[in-house]
Design a protein around this ligand. Structure first.
Ligand code: ADP
Ligand code: MG
Length: 360
């Protein structure tokens, strides 16, 4: 359905897309993930020509999009795009927002357009808001209307650019549920998202973008569990971990405790595990002497069920857990008793202590 070859996009000197090649079949749901600034939005915008590519080719159902003779508005109609910000018309009712395009561009009658709009509002759970105005709706409701409005144009492909990132956390799931519903109905979708659990559950394939290319692609199990390439591995590890910076010995213990509890909650680990973690971290912070640049990172590996606590401290090489003068230190003994393994290394001017804790 979509065939992209050697797609590139430059902004002056800046090469955002270097050489993107993808084939997407009808009914596929593709999640696009990657660090910010790697061209995910640019890629989507190039696909529906909101941005004009610098080079390469895009075929939609065999029709070359960049060919001079191609009827671009017609092709573009096949692709609906949902943005971070909902872009609804504030002065129109919800129903009018949904019927404007179909009556103007698809030449539908008012009655046909209304009928379809009501069906779509039902699909996204907002039939009762047909006569409300955008200002009367929550962010999550507005985004669902934006999705329904896209669908009203009867697209064959839906493109989503971080559809939930402007929403309050409480409203993310209602929007994801609507997208999930559309995927069940066989809609072809490309979704740029930071919602990794969602990406993992909904996608047939995941594209990891970096360095101006689709750096790695594969089924969600591969990308999230066993990424093959270095940058993918680093990215997945980073998004699965939480970082906490400490800059003085008088650090905020309660804030640190909060971070650990949220982390354990997110990974469905018992609350008492947050207690172990905090205990180990506190002991490390008592032993520590230099607080100029200190980061604690937490990660959890579902594969081996290990919690990782990485203690990174800028300074001269010093493995505080192997300090001969402190051999009998009770704190060191406590830390060692809690951990399955402790690795020390020194790199880039930093002492790195990686402690693995089994949460039971
Ligand atoms: P992502 O969506 O992955 O965060 P974007 O596609 O938005 O990344 O942007 C990729 C890079 O292109 C960024 O460095 C951004 O600053 C740059 N960029 C995006 N749009 C423009 C533009 N219209 N003009 C110049 N630079 C742009
Ligand atoms: Mg973006």
């Amino acid at each position: 359905m979509i065939k992209v070859r050697n797609l590139s996009k430059h902004y002056g000197e800046l090469v955002v897309l270097k050489d993107v090649n993808v084939d997407i079949k009808k009914g596929e749901v593709i999640s696009v993930i990657g660090p910010s600034g790697t061209g995910k939005s640019t890629f989507l915008r190039c696909l529906n020509l909101l941005d004009i590519p610098t080079g390469g080719s895009i075929l939609i159902d065999g029709v070359p999009l960049l060919d001079k003779n191609t009827n671009v508005p017609k092709i573009r109609q096949k692709m609906g795009m949902v943005f971070q910000s909902f872009n609804l018309y504030a002065h129109l009712s919800i129903l009018e927002n949904l019927t404007l395009g179909p009556t103007k561009l698809l030449k539908k009658t008012k009655a046909e357009a209304n009928k379809k709009a009501v069906e779509l509002l039902k699909l996204v759970g907002l039939a009762e808001k047909a006569y409300s105005y955008p200002d009367e709706l929550s962010g999550g409701q507005k985004q669902r209307v934006a999705i329904a409005r896209c669908m009203a144009m009867e697209p064959e492909i839906l493109l989503f650019d971080e559809p939930t990132s402007a929403l309050d956390p409480t409203m993310v799931s209602e929007v994801l549920a609507v997208i999930r519903r559309l995927s069940k109905e066989g809609m072809t979708m490309i979704i740029v998202t930071h919602e990794m659990e969602f990406a993992r559950n909904i996608s047939s394939r995941v594209f990891y973008m970096d360095e101006g290319i689709i750096y790695e692609e594969g089924p969600p199990e591969q990308i999230f569990e066993n990424p093959l390439k270095e940058k993918t591995k680093a990215f997945i590890h980073r998004i699965r971990s939480i970082q906490y910076k400490i800059s003085s010995p008088d650090y905020d213990l309660y804030a640190l405790q909060g971070v650990m509890e949220v982390f354990c909650d997110k990974h469905m680990l018992p609350t008492k595990v947050a207690g172990y973690l905090l205990h180990v971290a506190e002991e490390l912070l008592i032993l520590n002497t230099d607080f100029t640049d200190l980061t604690l990172s937490l990660a959890y590996s579902e594969k081996d069920g290990m919690l990782e606590l990485l203690f990174e401290q800028k300074g001269a090489p010093d493995n505080m857990l192997e300090n001969k003068d402190l051999e009998d230190d009770i704190g060191i003994k406590l830390i060692k008793a809690r951990c399955r393994s402790i690795e020390y290394n020194y790199a880039n001017g930093k002492n790195n202590l990686l402690l693995k804790i089994k949460p039971d």
